[in-house]
Write a protein that binds this ligand. Structure first.
Ligand code: PAF
Length: 281
């Protein structure tokens, strides 16, 4: 059975106040829809540890720094509800835009530090949009736990920092990236690739894994990264926007992995911007 879709905050509040009165733990999975197996793995993680699960679907205009990207973002609410049906989620919250940004809305959440690099540097304003909408979704759902994919690792760090700094009483859980058999990280943006594009995109992850392996032998990152960028170009990508090694704890750029670290990439293919990251061993 498909879960009820709620569009009004008042209706959502009526539900969650009953749950909270009954002492139930609420999990939230924030999404922008176009659900794939990666999102569904977050729903499974939420179901495993929470009494009630809310999935939110809201294509947040404030986090798109490119109007074309916003216009092209897939909107598949009906299919999303069908995909969620077997999971027994309690509510799908698809807020009307004025529930998130009412007339006169003039508040923004800016997170510093972890936003200085990579997505924060390449997409000005993106993380302000993410932090603002996620803060609102945390407060609107009243959830105790929130589930995010490690594919957007920097986003996960931003959201954790935001919740901690604003004293929002929620535990932010990171879940492993779900991949296609080729290694391609699942993403709603993959829907915009041609079949040949999907095949080329699948060559990115093996490059990252090789790079992680070579880094583990103690070599410095920069020369290895140059060779890896050439491999990505040879695989058919149009541009590598960044290929970085950063601390897994605070996203400080590194040239050797001297503690927990991750390799991050953003690359363009067929006009689609793909991001991925792997642990540096
Ligand atoms: O990762 C996403 O889908 C979005 O950035 C999020 C967290 C739902 C906020 O709009």
């Amino acid at each position: 059975m498909t879960a009820p879709i709620l569009r009004r905050l008042a209706d959502l509040r009526a539900k969650h106040s009953d749950w909270i009165r009954a002492g139930e733990r609420i999990g939230v999975v924030p999404t922008m829809g176009a659900l794939h197996a990666g999102h569904l793995s977050l729903v499974e993680a939420a179901k495993a540890t929470c009494d009630r699960v809310i999935v939110t679907i809201f294509v947040n205009p404030k986090q798109f720094n490119n109007p074309e990207d916003l216009a092209n973002y897939p909107r598949t609410e009906h299919e999303d509800a069908e995909k969620l049906a077997p999971y027994g989620v309690d509510v799908i919250y698809v807020p009307d835009p004025e529930e998130i940004y009412p007339a006169g809305f003039a508040t923004g959440v800016t997170v510093g530090g972890v936003t200085d690099v990579m997505e924060g540097a390449c997409r000005p304003g993106h993380f302000d949009g993410v932090a603002t909408v996620v803060a609102k979704l945390f407060l609107q759902t009243g959830a105790h736990r929130a589930f995010f994919g490690e594919k957007d690792y920097q986003q996960l760090m931003v959201v954790r920092r935001m919740a901690r700094d604003l004293d929002i009483p929620i535990e932010v859980i990171g879940c492993p990236t779900v991949r296609e058999a080729s290694g391609l990280a699942m993403s709603s943006r993959n829907l915009r690739l041609s079949p040949q594009g999907v095949e080329k995109a699948g060559r990115l992850h093996p490059v990252l894994m090789r790079l992680a392996g070579e880094l583990a032998t103690g070599k410095p990152f920069s020369p290895l990264a140059e060779a890896a960028k050439a491999e990505v170009a040879a695989a058919g990508f149009d541009e590598v926007e960044y290929l970085s090694l950063c601390s897994a704890e605070d996203l400080r750029p590194l040239d050797r992995s001297d503690g927990p670290a991750r390799i991050f990439v953003a690359a363009w293919l067929e006009g689609v911007r793909l991001i991925d990251n792997v642990a540096a061993m």
